[in-house]
Write a protein that binds this ligand. Structure first.
Ligand SMILES: [Zn+2]
Length: 500
């Protein structure tokens, strides 16, 4: 079973020339389009289908796809895997075939869960000017575990299940293995057109605006939902039986739906819903417009705690028990991820502090204002865990390091969540809440639908502060103790300037 502790905020849990930061006003040219036809058998726990990916090559010779479900077809050993998947996870199966590029059959090469796709036919590099199309078929039997893609007797939850293009950034291709710590994902914004067929008696919720979706009945006893959504970093889906119901209300122009099942505590489900609605409205106000018309909060099985996806989050069943202690905090945290991860993307394997730390800061800022008892306790614990770190200094551990470097979830939580949050909380102390929100809003506007790096945040902070922020970030994010006094002096100057 997965650990149930305060520090699990969620799931579980850099630039070459020609890769300039794009201003948010620029139209998203060359955005990939994923078109899938999928059949789901909730009884047999089988998912099969085809996908076509229209994309602009980043490299004339290859493209790469992450086939994440492949990770769960093999036994994974160790404490961290056990914390992620549970004690005795059941393996799934995953097959992909009929791979083509622009209609011509090609031979892919699979290494781990990554599929390398050759683009150069007979030694001739593919044209980089036009879009190209990769197509493949896939079929899987779902694994049974506590993680992001599994099932129980009432639902199938599909996180990180469709093939997705790997990112090519200033460091070249990012082809990292799946990690049992953190959220080991990194993807660019794309459009999705997914047709999902499943038995007529089932319900669903996805990243797309589901209420607006066209539904057709292709054969007796089945229905097909035609799901369409633009500008999202991934596409998640949950198929639910008739034991599920939803509560819905609006936050601005967005319909918020919270889904729970028979046997759950109705009072808690309604409190979770209320926290989702009010935090979405608050972040929309303070961090910039929320662009999606529907936001789903879905009770899953398993023990993932909470997990963010674009326009949809998972919350495991423990958050729907009567008086669930961390339910509200978790709903708010996952909702804040709609901005940090969803709208502003980053390399979650190398710079997880950019999504988790900023998300957790926004969470405690909201809780402090609207759920003061939750807020005070969470601020206290984040500061306690994030500011006193001699053990981590001794072990050369820091927030700004890759997931592979964290030996345990506690290290990850204290450094990536608590220390980044502490840094931002102290900055708020110097600048005031309003100014910090002004800067974060500008940051979100600048990098909306893009990928951001830690170096870009450093440059952004330097500009906003009117003074080089390197020492401040080196002390807080790299645990460089030689910069401690400089960092404190920097913060003090910021406070004095603000007070003038
Ligand atoms: Zn999180």
């Amino acid at each position: 079973m997965r650990k149930w502790a305060f520090w699990l905020g969620c799931s579980c849990l850099v630039m070459n020339l020609g890769w300039p930061a794009k201003a948010s006003e620029e139209p998203l040219l060359q955005k990939p389009l994923y078109q899938a036809n999928v059949h789901i058998d909730p009884v047999k726990k089988e998912v099969s289908g085809s996908i076509a990916i229209t994309f602009w090559p980043k490299d004339p010779k290859h493209a790469y796809l992450h086939l994440y479900p492949d990770v769960f077809t093999k036994r994974q050993d160790g404490m961290l895997w056990e914390e992620l998947l549970g004690k005795e996870p059941g393996l799934g199966t995953y097959d992909s075939n009929k791979l083509t590029v622009d209609g011509k059959a090609v031979a892919g090469k699979k290494t781990g869960h990554i599929l390398e796709i050759p683009l150069a036919a007979e030694g001739k590099p593919i044209s980089e000017t036009g879009p190209h199309k990769i197509e493949l078929n896939f079929a899987m039997k779902l694994p049974h575990n506590d993680g992001r893609m599994s099932y129980d007797e009432h639902a199938i939850w599909l996180g990180n299940w469709l093939p997705i293009l790997a990112v090519y950034d200033q460091g070249g291709w990012r082809l990292d293995a799946y990690e049992p710590v953190g959220d080991p994902f990194y993807s660019e914004v794309a459009d999705y057109e997914v047709n999902v067929t499943f038995p007529a008696g089932y319900q669903w919720a996805s990243t797309a605006p589901d209420k607006a979706a066209e539904v057709i009945a292709p054969s007796k006893g089945e229905k097909t939902a035609r799901l369409r959504v633009k500008d999202v970093r991934d596409f998640a889906l949950v198929v639910m039986d008739a034991s599920y119901q939803s509560t819905e209300s609006k936050a601005g122009d967005t319909v918020v739906r919270t889904w729970w099942r028979q046997g759950d505590d109705v009072q808690q489900a309604k409190q979770n819903h209320q926290a989702a609605v009010s935090s979405l409205a608050y972040f929309h106000q303070n961090l910039g417009a929320y662009p999606y018309t529907e936001y789903d909060v879905i009770r899953t099985g398993g023990a993932i705690n909470g997990m963010e996806y674009p326009a949809l989050v998972f919350l495991d069943g423990r958050h729907f028990l009567a008086n669930a202690e961390y339910a509200i905090d978790t709903v708010v945290h996952e909702t804040a991820h709609q901005w940090f991860y969803g709208l502003v993307g980053n390399d979650q394997l190398r710079e997880a502090w950019l999504d988790e730390g900023f998300t957790e800061y926004a969470t405690i800022a909201f809780l402090t204002e609207q759920y003061p008892l939750h807020g005070a306790e969470r601020v206290r614990r984040r500061l306690a865990n994030g500011t006193f770190v001699p053990l981590y200094v001794k072990e050369h551990q820091r927030p700004w390091q890759a997931l592979t470097e964290f030996p345990a979830n506690q290290y990850y939580s204290d450094l990536v969540y608590s220390r980044t949050t502490s840094m931002l909380w102290l900055l708020r102390g110097a600048w005031g809440e309003e100014r910090l929100y002004d800067v974060l809003r500008q940051y979100v506007a600048t990098y909306r639908y893009q990928l951001v790096s830690g170096e870009q945040w450093k440059a952004f902070l330097t500009k906003a502060a009117g003074e080089d922020a390197s020492a401040f970030l080196d002390y807080w994010m790299n645990l460089d103790m030689s910069q401690q006094e400089q960092a404190a002096a920097w913060l003090e100057r910021q406070r004095e300037k603000q007070q003038k």
